[in-house]
Design a protein around this ligand. Sequence first.
Ligand code: FES
Length: 141
Amino acid sequence: MERRKFLTEMGQVTAAACSIGFLASCSKSGDTSTTNPGTGGNTKLTANLSTELTSVGSSKINGNVIVVRTATGNTASSFSALSLVCTHQQCTVAYDASDNDFKCPCHGSEYSISGAVTQGPATVALTKYTVSINDNTLTVS
Ligand code: FES
């Protein structure tokens, strides 16, 4: 086989293989779209309100996410859900129930119960999450 003809044919074979791979990846992507994205894939924490978070000031942690009951009643506005990652240099803040705030042990930043900075050096609020309640199940997402 002539060198030029060989290279031309190899180029066509490679292009065809890439096209098949591309189409296969498109098909794979299409397969994932059949799953329902609204079925809890973004859930960070859940709590059973008949047994957990029953008193004002009580809290529950899952990983770097905390939810604190701030008021009576089982409505979303009775809870504050936040990241425990300090926005200064990513230390883990601690919930102080007696002061009703969050304190960072690394450099002294403090945050209100809603996550706002009340003392630096941090300048950015804690990440806030969404609380939803369905019957007695609280979900943070
Ligand atoms: S990491 Fe929290 S104050 Fe510096």
